[in-house]
Design a protein around this ligand. Structure first.
Ligand code: F6R
Length: 607
């Protein structure tokens, strides 16, 4: 979704803003722009397309010590240069960039038009510079505060005024904003990736806060102008983790990083002495955990698939009824909240609007909601009642990969902990701990199938449709495989329980429609083999992912990829990785923009 970056300090801001915008590319956008303050004027440049398209039209002479930049993901108004941000007021002295949606912009615009203000774009955001200019009496911060009192909706904004040298005013309500504290320079951005090249000292803004930045420091206030004291946090990862490090794209890097990212997630969270899981951040006593009678998980997209794996595990391992639901559905469903139900909000970004609002709705009803988040300091991480950071490291590619395996790793540790408080024996617990400890190595072995999977992708990537089929714990993995393929290759793909195809989807089978079967060596293998035969009888091509040495599967399938042998409980880790590779290589073969697929955004901050 949209991204913001601002800089004030001794350096020329133009290059810093362009580089910062480049780092925000992964969020998904369709146009970009910047506004530079210099000698009592504002110069703005905006362009549809990529950052290099913007870079190409920025005049080499454009320089100034203070500026703001933006990547736009269109909501109100088409993808045009005029609709791109920054938006300026009529005098050209105030420039504003905005993330979020101004819900009452129609009314505000009508009022401003009646006052003689002229609008040039079709966006909701353009009301902001006009409204700020309406209230402006020589103090930008004051004018921003007055303007925002009139606004309904969500925003993260950055504003500059031509007459207030080296000053940026930012405000947050529902759309993240972070202050970067440098040495004699300050930054403002919608996420830390845009500023990590300059500083690791950051201050996360809360809803309702307004910040005024100058090169020497910042002052944070609330909407009523009351000073707010803020803590400076240190970002624990470095620039390398947001570089490609020799890989062709971020998605490939993030797939191959999984042996390490899973190990980071599990580090310190498995206790061999007591054969259990250890999740300190839950903020719950053993007695409270023992009183949990039900677990419900809310999430979107890939995180929802991780929730489906988590729910099955919690139910089968810990024997606690569990379910995973789309956050976008739960929010408006008037769901029943019971005091002995424990909720999880699962999210890589920690900013997904659907999940955030679902969590707030649950909390309003009195639920205890724990977060499973990757981004440290994100809104869901801060508003949840406790939770677990996945520590997968920054995920830059739009398609989620390492976040998924880290999210399920958390559920494996949680299920173990809950099971060991109930009826799992010490020896079974120890076997489980050892199994989990071996995952990283086994994922590493699975990644060696890279070339084989690339060859399969080459052969099948021109198919119009794909089916992904699995049962039990492999069913959510099949859903995830289908989502990966469709979002980055644009091939239509559906995930189903293999047992369900006879109830409808089998009508789609023909010689041109490949079926991807997840058929590892587990208690449902025979059943899945029967489902494969049903497809084979109808001449459907079969790509099977099976346990090494399974010749019976290899004889039925047209293509077989073998995964290492592992306890059946842990197979989702080893099966999702080759599906990520399959999607990746299909997209590559078809010449798609793997890291930034069309129409998608990394962090979906609108409903
Ligand atoms: C798929 C994907 C999305 C996200 C979804 C939730 O590859 O990335 O489906 O999983 O938008 O995002 P988070 O996990 O940030 O809440």
């Amino acid at each position: 979704m949209c991204g913001i970056v601002g800089y004030c300090g001794p350096k020329n801001s133009t290059g810093i803003l362009l580089d910062g915008l480049k780092r925000l590319e992964y969020r998904g956008y369709d146009s970009a722009g910047l506004a530079i303050q210099r000698s009592g004027t504002i110069s703005a440049v905006k362009k549809t397309g990529k950052i290099q398209d913007l870079r190409a039209v920025v005049p080499p002479t454009l320089a100034g010590n203070c500026g703001i930049g933006h990547t736009r993901w269109a909501t109100h108004g088409g993808v045009t240069d005029l609709n791109a941000h920054p938006h300026l007021d009529a005098s050209g002295k105030i420039a504003v960039v905005h993330n979020g949606i101004i819900e009452n912009y129609v009314q505000l615009k009508a009022r401003l038009v009646a006052e003689g203000f002229v609008f040039v774009s079709e966006t909701d955001s353009e009301v902001l510079p006009h409204l700020i200019s309406y209230y402006y009496e020589g103090d930008l911060e004051k004018a921003v505060r007055s303007a925002l009192r009139q606004v309904k909706g969500t925003y993260g904004i950055a504003a500059v005024h031509a007459d207030e040298a080296d000053r940026i005013v930012g405000a947050r309500y529902g759309s993240p904003l972070v202050v970067g504290v440098g040495d004699g320079e300050m930054l403002l951005a919608s996420d830390v990736t845009a500023m990590i090249a300059h500083t690791k000292q950051v201050v996360y803004m809360e809803d309702g806060e307004i910040v005024s930045l100058t090169p020497d420091g910042f002052v944070m206030t609330d909407i009523h102008d009351k000073k707010v004291n803020k803590k400076v946090d240190e970002v624990t990862w470095d620039l390398d983790s947001i570089e490609k490090e020799g890989f062709a794209c971020f998605m490939e890097k993030e797939i191959f990083e999984q042996p390490d990212s899973i190990a980071r997630t599990l580090s310190g969270r498995l206790d061999a002495e007591y054969a259990t899981g250890k999740l300190g951040g839950l903020n719950m006593t053993s007695r409270e955990l023992l009183a949990v009678k039900r677990v419900k998980i809310v999430a979107s997209g890939t995180s929802w698939h991780a929730g489906l794996v988590g729910a099955q595990l919690i139910e089968s391992v810990a024997r606690i009824p569990a379910a995973s639901e789309f956050s976008s559905e739960l929010r408006y469903r008037n769901s029943v909240v019971e005091s002995d139900t424990l909720y999880f909000a699962v999210t890589q970004s920690g900013e997904t609007a659907d999940t955030l609002y679902a969590m707030r709705e649950l909390k309003r009803k009195g639920a205890r909601v724990l977060g499973i988040c990757n981004v440290v300091g994100s809104t869901i991480a801060r508003e949840s009642d406790g939770g677990v950071y996945t520590h997968a490291g920054p995920e830059i590619a739009v398609a989620s990969t390492k976040a998924f395996t880290s999210q399920i790793a958390v559920f494996y540790a949680f299920a173990l902990m809950m099971a060991r408080m109930r009826d799992m024996s010490f020896s079974a617990g120890l076997k489980y701990v050892k199994g989990l400890q071996s995952i990283g190595e086994k994922v590493g072995e699975t990644l060696k199938q890279r070339d084989r999977i690339q060859a399969i992708a080459k052969k099948y990537c021109h198919a119009r449709d794909f089916l992904f089929l699995g049962r039990g714990l492999e069913y959510p993995v099949a859903l995830e495989g289908a989502l990966k393929l469709k979002e980055i290759s644009y091939i239509h793909a559906e995930g189903y329980s293999a047992g369900e195809i006879k109830h409808g989807p089998i009508a789609l089978i023909n010689e041109e429609t490949p079926s991807v079967f997840l058929v590892p060596d587990d208690s449902l293998r025979e059943k899945v083999i029967s489902n494969m035969k049903e497809v084979k009888a109808r001449k459907g091509p079969i790509i099977a992912f099976a346990t090494e040495g399974d010749q019976e599967v290899a004889e039925i399938a047209d293509e077989t990829v073998f995964i290492p042998k592992i306890d059946e409980l842990f197979q989702p880790f080893l099966l999702v990785v080759p599906l990520q590779l399959l999607a990746y290589f299909c997209a590559l073969e078809l010449g798609r923009d793997v890291d930034q697929p069309r129409n998608l955004a990394k962090s979906v901050t609108v409903e």
